[in-house]
Design a protein around this ligand. Structure first.
Ligand SMILES: [Zn+2]
Length: 281
């Protein structure tokens, strides 16, 4: 499926679960919408504030992507659901959440992608998507993300970790050639055992467990089996697609990233959105 097509869900879907960082259990209800892009509604707050999934809404990129509006309503860890919606062709949806963070589910986008596929799609009037007309890149040290003009949309990601079980690994995915649901969505969040204590001390990952992330130590994976030999690199593509979805429509390009994360992903989104012909929001 082309990422430029415009659809909404044919019927509502719902999922509940614990948020990775807050540890709070929330329920998400995704309803069909014909306008407004992908937007979150905090139904637990007075007057149900709306938070649009756009780069202007980004509040934090520490460990996950957090969006907010001008009234300080926010929603955290949006990237996996946004990735599943975007790859599933859902360009407009009303995403109602009754708390501050989306549930992590199994740490992947698979439960979202399967629910979207089961609900089916309804076409909305298509909007033309401009291809990327120039190379745009952002970097920090030896990490970078770039968008390269191309005739096909493709995402290529490399990571390099000292722990041998991860090491240097790459993945390249084209939405036109390979199915998101089988190739990218199942790849789970990964973390290093050595970082868990520091994250917990910082008040983060209160909802983290061996059920919603794969954890790696110097002697290997703590909770195997992996779903793919290069599951971490595939998960980085999942995150990248979710963050690029903040553009509204992802321009036709080859997106190439190395050792990057949410911060650099969102910087690239800002740069692309500031390039006149590539603003599709
Ligand atoms: Zn992720």
């Amino acid at each position: 499926m082309s990422l430029a097509q415009q659809y909404t869900l044919a019927q509502a879907i719902s999922q509940s679960g614990v948020g990775l960082h807050s540890g709070e259990i929330t329920t998400v209800k995704i309803l069909p919408a014909t306008r407004g892009g992908r937007h979150f509604v905090r139904v637990d707050l007075p007057e149900c504030p709306i938070i649009t999934a756009s780069c202007e809404s980004v509040r934090s990129t520490t460990l996950s992507t957090e969006l907010g509006n001008s009234d300080s309503a926010s929603i955290r860890t949006v990237e996996h659901l946004l990735s599943a919606l975007t790859a599933g062709g859902v360009s407009h949806a009303r995403i109602e959440v009754n708390g501050p963070e989306l549930p992590l589910l199994d740490g992947s986008a698979k439960p979202w992608s399967e629910a979207i596929a089961a609900a089916g799609l309804k076409e909305i009037e298509p909007q033309p998507s401009a291809p990327l007309n120039q190379e745009i890149s952002v970097r920090q040290g030896d990490a970078f993300v770039m968008a390269i003009p191309s005739t096909e949309t493709r995402f290529t990601y490399g990571i390099d970790f000292e722990v041998a079980a991860i090491g240097n690994q790459w993945h390249s995915w084209s939405p036109d050639e390979q199915n998101f649901i089988t190739e990218i969505a199942p790849a789970r969040t990964f973390t290093l055992a050595s970082q868990i204590e520091a994250l917990q001390k910082a008040g983060l990952i209160k909802g983290g467990s061996l059920d919603n992330a794969i954890v790696c130590s110097h002697s290997g994976w703590i909770n195997p089996p992996l779903r793919f030999a290069n599951e971490p690199a595939r998960h980085k593509i999942l995150d990248l697609v979710g963050d690029l979805s903040l553009l509204g429509t992802i321009p036709l390009a080859h997106y190439l990233a190395y050792k990057a994360g949410h911060h650099l992903h969102v910087e690239l989104v800002r740069r692309i959105s500031q390039t006149p012909t590539n603003s599709n929001v």
